[in-house]
Design a protein around this ligand. Structure first.
Ligand code: GDP
Ligand code: MG
Length: 558
């Protein structure tokens, strides 16, 4: 990819240079090495309409120059690792047609997030670039061995606890064995039992990780009407979550794949007893019932206009993306007088990762800011900010609204700056610009069997298609959008692949897949390992005083 540095020292010469390069190569990438934020620089380049015009801003690709990188780079078609020290170095080495690996040798999450975000700024296809921390890679390789070692430690703790119990029993019959330190242990026998239960719970978690394909739980959170349900439908590959403009989601709707190829709707009480369970052959019948439940809740003042968590099972092919994904469509917390806030908070606490969605067309409202502070508190307590991902949705709105920022990097950079002002913890967050509706409409047309868009066709042919297939209303949206892509980006041919890629969703999905398959299991093992180490130490100190050493030979391990 071709690239060049700019620094804003002489804005007029920058404008002239950028205009010239964009006319030559629409994909040209600029690296910002100046002071201040990229969104402010873009504002200066626009110069109230005297500088870069809208068409140029749509095309303009820019990211930060990042001159102190310490990463290793491998391209699939080359057999050697290359040292990378700046974004210029990286972009020179990238090729959109070839997959690559970017190994963040410093193990710094900040550097990792920086690189991923810069690739998003320049709209690089993230599914072609695998960015990872060196430590993560080593951990993943060592995971089976590590789990075995942790299992051994747990067995040793158990064996030592059994030994303590046996000695206490013997001491009852033989007072000479009742040393003062053993008697001291007997006073706390209840707390060992409790620890024993904890140890058992860890064993179960590890067992699940090793033996079962663990479920990945993802919560989608946002204020109302930001596009949560469209994102959910895009991820599960079904039109299930209601996007009726008059109907707010009044509780958590939890979607997971069913095992019998049917649709299911069920609800449980607080003790996980099923309150009801209905099975459907038809998606539409289930949707009708689910919408009916939402409508009832809208008038149910006694229950805070809310629903208990509703679970939905849906048939999905085995090769479907995220086969073991559970998605929580959470209620927006911004409806006064409802219990919606509480339900969303619960989902955010239960999930392995969360997507927080911001409406591009509104640029952070007061209620979004308030919700973001609350989410910061939840994730602070959980100590896992990197599993909180941001999306800036409705990016397609920049074509329709004259006042909106035309540059994707400009819009994302602005929100990124705002987020770091709202909470320091959001400084290293990653924001994905997407148009969930574009992805969803393309997927719906595909599911409706419109095969003409499997291969590229012109905007004019797409126009004819939308009239020929009036039964597929999504084609009309896609056609309107194709005119924007043709006019502002010079796209001549359209197919599902083009729309999906333009939507930004594949980049988000590939990032989520990585979290689900690598980061989340590692995080669980690390968490469990830390707890086990702590328990090991506590027991060892405690039992050691009575001459019993965990894993030692002072007893028969059993
Ligand atoms: N233009 C545009 N509209 C969207 C997009 N995503 C969602 N919407 C619309 O925003 C409205 C609210 O979407 P919905 O998913 O119901 O929002 P929720 O309340 O957050 O679940 C609907 O009319 C959607 O069609 C998008 O990417 N672009
Ligand atoms: Mg919704």
């Amino acid at each position: 990819m071709r690239c060049m540095e700019v620094d804003g020292a002489d804005i007029h010469s920058d404008i002239a240079l950028i205009k010239r390069m964009l006319a030559e190569d629409g994909e040209f990438v600029f690296l910002y090495a100046g002071k201040g934020a990229i969104h402010d620089y873009i504002h200066s380049l626009h110069d109230g309409g005297n500088g870069l015009d809208d068409e140029e801003l749509y095309k303009f690709r820019i990211c930060y120059a990042g001159k102190n990188l310490n990463v290793k780079f491998l391209r699939d078609d080359k057999g050697f690792w290359q040292d990378i020290t700046s974004m210029k170095c990286l972009i020179d080495a990238l090729d959109t047609a070839t997959s690559c690996y970017i190994d963040v040798s410093s193990d710094s999450r900040e550097e990792f997030a920086f690189i991923v975000q810069q690739l998003i700024y320049i709209q690089y296809p993230l599914d072609k670039a695998d960015v990872f921390l060196s430590q993560e890679f080593r951990d993943a390789e060592n995971m089976p061995l590590r789990i075995r070692e942790l299992g051994d430690k747990l067995t040793a703790i158990r064996a030592a606890a059994v030994e303590v119990k046996q000695r206490l029993l013997l001491a009852k019959d033989d007072p000479s064995m009742a040393t003062p330190s053993l008697i001291k242990l007997s006073a706390n026998i209840d707390s060992y039992v409790e620890c024993g239960n904890k140890v058992k719970a860890y064993l179960e978690i590890l067992h699940k990780l090793l033996v079962e394909n663990r479920d990945f739980r993802l919560a989608i959170a946002a204020t109302k009407k930001t596009g949560k349900s469209v994102i959910v439908n895009s991820l599960i590959g079904q039109d299930l979550a209601s996007t009726d403009i008059q109907l707010a989601t009044p509780g958590n709707f939890i979607y997971r794949k069913s095992t019998d190829n049917k649709y299911h709707l069920w609800m449980e009480d607080d003790e996980h007893n099923q309150l009801f369970h209905k099975i459907y052959d038809s998606r539409l019948d289930l949707c009708k019932d689910a919408e009916g439940m939402c409508r009832c809740a809208q008038n149910d003042m006694n229950n805070g206009f809310s629903l208990r968590d509703v679970s939905i099972g849906y048939p999905a092919s085995d090769d479907s993306l995220f086969a073991s994904l559970t998605v929580y469509d959470t209620p927006g917390p911004d409806a006064a007088g409802t219990n919606h806030r509480e339900a969303a908070r619960r989902a955010l606490n239960e999930c392995d990762a969360a997507v927080f969605c911001i409406d591009y067309s509104k640029y952070l409202t007061d209620s979004e800011e308030e919700y973001l502070k609350e989410v910061r508190d939840i994730f602070k307590a959980r100590q896992k900010f990197h599993s909180l991902i941001f999306v800036l949705n409705k990016m397609d709105a920049r074509y329709a609204d004259a006042k909106q920022s035309k540059s994707i990097a400009g819009a994302v950079d602005f929100i990124k700056t705002r987020l770091s002002q709202i909470a320091d913890e959001y400084r290293d967050c990653i924001i994905f610009p997407i148009s969930a509706l574009e992805y969803f409409n393309a997927a719906e047309a595909e599911r409706a069997g419109v095969t003409e868009l499997n291969a590229p066709i012109s905007a004019n042919e797409l126009k004819k298609l939308k009239f020929a297939r009036r039964d597929v209303p999504e084609l009309s949206w896609l056609h309107t959008h194709s005119l924007n892509l043709e006019c502002y980006h010079g796209v001549a041919k359209f197919c599902y692949y083009v729309f999906k890629r333009d939507s930004g969703m594949p980049a988000l999905i590939s990032y989520l897949t990585r979290i689900a398959t690598v980061k989340s299991p590692l995080e669980i093992v690390n968490h469990v390992a830390a707890e086990i180490e702590q328990q090991y130490q506590t027991f060892d100190d405690l039992f050691g005083s009575a001459g019993i050493h965990i894993g030692g030979d002072s007893y028969e391990a059993g």
